[in-house]
Ligand binder design. Structure first.
Ligand SMILES: Nc1ncnc2c1ncn2[C@@H]1O[C@H](COP(=O)(O)OP(=O)(O)OP(=O)(O)O)[C@@H](O)[C@H]1O
Ligand code: SF4
Ligand SMILES: [Mg+2]
Length: 349
């Protein structure tokens, strides 16, 4: 069996990877986050002990198949998980403060002001009967910011301008806007209080390809202007490779690997990462998830052992018995796989 880190594809992302030094301040630290949905059929273990952190100004990508738990993480970070979902345990430290320890009222102030979400399908959740400026105004008002009509108009125009929209968009209703324009409005709302952390859940997936790239460029430009960090959730590995610093690969409610993007593409560690990258049609084309045989396991009553074992070309006997955990195996690189548990098993794999 060959080592999972040998792979024919090499890729140099067009976005220069500038990793900050290791001691750089962490904006967010997530520890052992567990989120379940309590359905009549049992608990769906959607997020099953996820840990990661993100540094100031960093771009972290979260990729994984549909149902792997990406949106659940996004909603949990804002404490917007609704019943039957529940955050079971874990810590989410934002600038050192555990968000799970806050009163709801305190959390409400953190949302938008410190962490902003561009939710999956955000553009379809704009209020159809409110003009764009009224939607922006309501976000500010919720946070106790009351501006004079004049100051509000200026603030709205400035926000629209920063996301590449003309100021007269302020007076339009959502149905008068294209998909790309609506998504830009959602970005404008998200950044209206200058958050430290932006979470963008598939911010461009509902748009056509040309518009996708433009909206993504806008999002990343405003993120850089603010000096904010961003968690970018998506399916498209090719796009991710070009824009993020590090990638977390989700599989069935867990992180399979977290690596700097250049390392991941040069030498993926986890067998799943390896298959994902091998399935990319080419470096320029969009990399949807295709070509990996098999299905992810049910998240109801999940058995012990590695969740990927039924699809893993390297599966060993004890992969069915012992659940692997994410651990650092190289500087800056973490993987959840028994192949890396110690050097001998890696050699013999
Ligand atoms: N309200 C809910 N009730 C029950 N199960 C849910 C609920 N919301 C999500 N789930 C389940 O939790 C798991 C994770 O879902 P989640 O939406 O986080 O996945 P995702 O990675 O964002 O997927 P996608 O790429 O399709 O957006 C899935 O198995 C899903 O069916
Ligand atoms: S733990 Fe075992 S089954 Fe899981 S990815 Fe590693 S080798 Fe494959
Ligand atoms: Mg999702």
């Amino acid at each position: 069996m060959s080592s999972p880190s040998h792979h024919p594809i090499t890729l140099t992302p067009s976005h220069p990877v500038t990793l900050p030094p290791r001691h750089t301040h962490h904006v967010l630290e997530v520890r052992d986050l567990v989120v379940h949905y309590h359905t009549t059929r049992g608990a769906v273990q959607a997020v099953n002990g996820v840990s990661f952190d993100i540094r100031e100004g960093e771009r972290l990508g979260l990729v994984g198949e549909s149902g792997s738990g990406k949106s659940t993480i996004a909603l949990a970070l804002l404490r917007l998980i609704r019943p039957p979902g529940r955050i079971e345990s874990g810590e989410m430290l934002l600038e050192g403060v555990d968000l799970l320890s806050l009163y709801e009222e305190e959390m409400r102030r953190v949302r938008l002001a410190k962490i902003a979400l561009v939710a999956q399908g955000a553009m379809n959740s704009l209020n159809p009967v409110l003009r764009v400026k009224e939607q922006i105004r309501d976000g500010l008002k919720d946070h106790g910011i009351q501006l004079s009509p004049r100051a509000l108009a200026d603030r709205v125009a400035e926000l629209l301008n920063s996301v590449g929209l003309r100021r007269d968009v302020a007076n339009m209703f959502p149905h008068e806007l294209s998909g790309g324009m609506k998504q830009r409005v959602c970005i404008a709302i998200a950044i209206s209080l200058r958050p430290k952390l932006i979470i963008a859940d598939e911010p461009t997936s509902a748009l056509d390809v040309v518009v996708q790239r433009q909206v993504m460029d806008t999002l990343l430009a405003v993120q850089e202007d603010l000096g904010a960090s961003i968690i970018l959730i998506g399916h498209d590995m090719g796009l991710m490779a070009q824009v993020v610093d590090r990638v977390g690969i989700m599989y069935a409610g867990n992180l399979a690997e977290v690596s700097p993007v250049s390392d991941l593409f040069r030498a993926p560690l986890h067998p799943y990462s390896n298959l994902l990258i091998a399935s990319l049609p080419s470096l320029e084309e969009k990399g949807a998830f295709q070509g990996i045989p098999g299905l992810p396991p049910s998240l109801l009553n999940r058995p012990t052992g590695c969740a990927f074992r039924t699809r893993c070309p390297h599966a060993m006997e004890h992969c069915a018995v012992v659940t692997p955990h994410l651990r650092e195996v190289e500087p800056e690189r973490r993987v959840s796989c028994h192949l890396y548990e110690n050097e001998w098993s890696r050699e013999s794999a």
